[in-house]
Design a protein around this ligand. Structure first.
Ligand code: SF4
Length: 688
C-alpha cells in the first residue's frame, strides 16, 4: 500500500527495537505511518526486517500516548504545562542538591534514546548537577560484555563485523536465541549454516537454530565458565591451538594451562550436565575450523559471574588465534536493544566518560573539561542497583529516568518499587504511563524513535542515522529537547543545540569518533567505530596490528568456575531462565500496543513434558510461579525445547509479575543481574 500511495513521504531510518540495526523506510501520509519497508540497501539487513521492525508501529496512534506533561499533586498525576512541569522538576532537583549535595541526584539513561540524547544526559549530570551518577540499561544486559571484552581485548565492543562473521566456517552460538530476539541476524546465520558452515549451539533450551546444529550443548544454567574451560581443555589437550599467535599476541597462557588441568571433559560434564562426548565433539569442530566465529547473547552475561563468562568464552577465540588475524571472526555479542552499545559509547556510565575514559583518570577528565569548560567530578557515581539501594536508605533524593520502565524490567521489582516510593523526586521521560511513570512525581511526554533525529550504534559498532518520519504526538518533545529545557530551567546551558552538533562535540572529545558526523552518515549510511579520520573508513574488524590492552596482548582468563547465586532445592526445585520472544520487545510498552499483540498476548511458562506431568499441568493452564523473591501468574506451555527441571518465560507483559521472581544478585564485576538463574516452584492459582 505504501509503495503505491502517491502522496506518501519516505523516510529512511534505523529500527528502534533490537540491536541488529536494520535500515527501514517509513512511509507516511496525513501524519500517519502507512507502511514500514525493509531498506533494500540496508547495510545490515539487506532488504530484510522482522515482525517487530516492520509491523510494530501502531503504538504511535495509541490513545494511551502521553501528550502532555504530568505532575503529582495531592497524590494524583495531573496534566500541566511544560513550564509548570519543568519548574517542578527543577525545584525538586535544587532541593535534592541542597539537602544531600550533587550525589543525591542520579539519572538512568536508555538504549531507547539516541546517542545524542545519551551524550546530552550524561553531560547534564556531570556539568549541571556535578555527579557521575548516570547509568544506562546496559547495566542489566551487556555490562559484562563491556567489562569482559575491554579486559580481554581492550575495547568495549564486538571484535568483528557481522559481515565477516557470516563468512565463518564454524559458528559457536552461545546463550542466544537470534531466531526470536534478533531475527534478521538469526536468518543470516541460518543461511550460512545451510550453505555449509558447521554450527555448535550452547544453550540450555532447544532454541530455534539448535535444530540445525552439528552439536547442541545444553549446560545447566549458571555453569558456562565450566563449559568454556572444558572446551578449552580439549583444544589444549589435542593441540588445536595457534601456538605462534599465543606466543606473539596473548598473555596468560601458563596460568590458564595450569587451571585447565582441573577441567577435563569428564569434570566439565559433571558440573554442566553436558555429556563429555558432546563437549569433545564441539571442541573439535571449533578447533579444526579454519575460520571460527563466536556469537553470544545474554545467556553468557546475565549471571553472577557474567564477566568471567565473557572472558573465558573469549579464551576459545584466543587459543585458536581467531581474533585480530583474519583467520577467524572473534567474539561478538548480540546486543538486545537498539542502542545499548551507543548509550555506553556516549558515557552514560557512572565510571566512564564518552569513549570509555575513566572518570578516575585525570587525563580523561581533563579532555572532557576542555570541551565542556567545567570540572568533571573525579569519583565514580552510582550504578543502577546502587541507585535503588541509595533511594531506599534516603541518600538518593532525586532520580531522573529517561525511557526505562524499571519497575517492569529490573530484577526483584518489589524492591525497585519500594525505592521509587522512598525517593522524594522521581522524574520520568515516557511514551506511556508505564509502571514506572505511574510512580513518578513529574512525567515528561516524549517522542518515540520514529519521531526524532539522531544516531544509534548497532551490535557491530556501526553508527547509523535515526530520522523523524513524523512529528511528536501532541505536546510531546524529544528527550534531547527535554534535557536542554531542564538545564535551562536550572539556569544552565549545555551547548550543542542540535543532535548534529551534539555528535560533533562528542567527536571532538573522543578520538575514536573523530571521523563521525551526521553529514557523513547521511552520505555513507553506516560507519563503524573506531573511526578517527573523516577521510577514512571506520574499523569493522579490530586488532589487526595489536590489541588495545596496556601491553598490546590479548589477555587469557584463568578465572575458575564458581556456582550461580541460586541453586534448586527441595523447596524451589526448578530453575527459571528469562528471555525474549519474537513478537515483542522488552517490557512490551511499545509492541503490546500494536497488532503484534494478536501474535502473542500473554507471558507463558515453558516447561518440559515430564515437569508438566509432575505438576499435572497442560498447555494453556494457568500456573503460579513462586521464588524466594516474589510470585507471578503465567500460562503453561509444555515444550520439548526445555530440559527437565528448567522453566523459561519472557518479560513482555509486566502484569504477570515475572520480574518480582528474579533476585537482586548480580555479576560480581558489573552488577548485571542474574536473570538467568532463579530457583522457583510451581503451584496452581487455587493454592494459597
Ligand atoms: Fe531488524 Fe531487530 Fe528491528 Fe527486527 S527488531 S527489524 S531484526 S533491528
Amino acid at each position: 500500500r505504501g509503495d503505491t500511495a502517491p502522496q506518501a513521504k519516505r523516510t529512511r531510518t534505523t529500527c528502534g527495537y533490537c540491536g541488529v540495526g536494520c535500515s527501514l523506510d517509513v512511509l507516511t501520509a496525513d501524519g500517519d505511518v502507512i507502511a514500514v519497508l525493509p531498506g533494500h540497501d540496508g547495510p545490515v539487513n539487506r532488504g530484510h526486517a522482522c515482525v517487530k521492525g516492520r509491523f510494530a508501529h501502531g503504538f504511535l496512534r495509541s490513545p494511551e500516548r502521553l501528550t502532555q506533561p504530568l505532575v503529582r499533586r495531592a497524590g494524583r498525576l495531573e496534566p500541566v504545562s511544560w513550564r509548570e512541569a519543568l519548574d517542578h522538576a527543577a525545584r525538586g532537583l535544587r532541593a535534592a542538591v541542597a539537602a544531600g549535595g550533587p550525589d543525591a541526584v542520579a539519572a538512568i539513561s536508555s538504549a531507547r534514546a539516541t546517542n545524542e540524547e545519551n551524550y546530552l544526559l550524561q553531560k547534564f549530570m556531570r556539568v549541571v548537577i556535578g555527579t557521575n551518577s548516570v547509568d544506562n540499561c546496559s547495566r542489566l544486559c551487556h555490562a559484562p560484555s563491556a567489562a569482559g571484552l575491554t579486559q580481554t581485548f581492550g575495547l568495549s565492543g564486538g571484535t568483528d563485523s557481522f559481515d565477516d562473521v557470516e563468512r565463518a566456517d564454524c559458528l559457536l552460538l552461545v546463550g542466544a536465541n537470534p531466531a526470536e530476539a534478533h531475527p534478521v541476524v538469526g536468518a543470516r546465520l541460518l543461511q550460512r549454516v545451510l550453505r555449509g558452515a558447521r554450527l555448535v549451539v550452547a544453550d540450555p533450551r532447544s532454541v530455534g537454530l539448535a535444530r540445525y546444529a552439528d552439536v547442541h550443548l545444553r549446560p545447566r544454567p549458571g555453569t558456562n565458565v565450566a563449559l568454556f574451560h572444558g572446551l578449552a581443555h580439549v583444544l589444549l589437550a589435542e593441540g588445536l591451538i595457534d601456538e605462534e599467535f599465543l606466543r606473539r599476541r596473548a598473555a596468560g597462557l601458563p596460568e590458564l594451562t595450569a587451571l585447565l588441568a582441573d577441567y577435563s571433559p569428564e569434570r566439565a560434564a559433571a558440573i554442566t550436565g553436558v555429556p563429555a562426548g558432546d563437549l569433545v565433539a564441539a571442541a573439535r569442530l571449533f578447533g579444526r575450523a579454519e575460520k571460527p566465529a563466536i556469537v553470544y547473547g545474554l545467556g553468557v552475561t546475565e549471571h553472577l559471574h557474567g564477566t568471567d563468562g565473557v572472558r573465558t568464552l573469549s579464551n576459545l577465540a584466543i587459543l585458536r588465534g581467531a581474533v585480530g588475524t583474519g583467520r577467524g571472526f572473534g567474539v561478538n555479542p548480540l546486543r538486545g536493544q537498539n542502542n545499548v552499545q551507543g548509550a555506553s559509547d556516549m558515557g552514560a556510565l557512572p565510571d566512564l566518560l564518552p569513549g570509555y575514559g575513566k572518570v578516575t583518570d585525570p587525563a580523561a577528565r581533563s579532555r572532557a573539561e576542555q570541551v565542556w569548560g567545567t570540572p568533571v567530578p573525579p569519583r565514580p557515581g552510582l550504578r543502577i542497583p546502587e541507585m535503588f539501594a541509595a533511594a531506599r536508605s534516603g541518600e538518593l533524593r532525586a532520580l531522573w529516568i529517561v525511557g526505562e520502565d524499571v519497575c517492569a524490567t529490573d530484577p526483584d521489582s518489589t524492591h525497585v518499587i519500594e525505592a521509587l516510593d522512598a525517593c522524594p523526586l522521581v522524574v520520568c521521560n515516557e511514551l506511556f504511563l508505564s509502571e514506572t511513570a505511574r510512580r513518578a512525581d513529574v512525567v515528561f511526554p516524549v517522542a518515540s524513535w520514529l519521531e526524532k533525529e539522531g544516531t544509534f550504534v548497532n551490535f557491530d559498532r556501526r553508527f547509523q542515522r535515526v530520522r523523524a518520519a513524523l512529528g511528536p504526538a501532541g505536546a510531546a518533545r524529544t528527550d534531547f529537547e527535554v534535557i536542554h529545557a531542564l538545564a535551562a530551567a536550572l539556569g544552565s546551558g549545555l551547548g550543542c543545540p542540535t543532535p548534529a552538533e551534539a555528535l560533533a562535540e562528542c567527536a571532538r572529545l573522543v578520538p575514536a569518533f573523530a571521523g563521525l558526523s551526521h553529514e557523513r552518515l547521511d552520505r555513507e549510511g553506516a560507519v563503524p567505530w573506531p573511526c578517527p579520520d573523516p577521510a577514512r573508513p571506520g574499523e569493522a574488524a579490530l586488532y589487526r596490528d595489536r590489541f588495545a590492552t596496556p601491553d598490546g596482548l590479548a589477555q587469557l582468563s584463568a578465572a575458575p568456575y564458581l556456582p550461580p547465586g541460586e541453586q534448586p532445592d527441595d523447596r524451589y526445585p526448578l530453575v527459571l531462565v528469562t528471555g525474549r520472544r519474537w513478537a515483542h520487545y522488552n517490557s512490551g510498552g511499545m509492541t503490546r500496543r500494536t497488532d503484534n499483540l494478536r501474535l502473542d498476548s500473554v507471558d507463558r511458562l515453558d516447561l518440559h513434558p515430564a515437569d508438566a506431568a509432575r505438576y499435572g499441568l497442560r498447555d494453556g493452564d494457568r500456573v503460579e510461579v513462586e521464588s524466594r523473591h516474589g510470585r507471578a501468574c503465567l500460562v503453561a506451555r509444555v515444550s520439548d525445547d526445555m530440559s527437565p527441571g528448567q522453566v523459561f518465560c519472557a518479560f513482555h507483559f509486566p502484569a504477570s509479575g515475572v520480574n518480582t521472581l528474579t533476585s537482586d544478585r548480580a555479576d560480581t564485576v558489573t552488577s548485571c543481574p542474574e536473570y538467568k538463574v532463579t530457583a522457583v516452584r510451581l503451584a496452581t492459582p487455587s493454592e494459597p
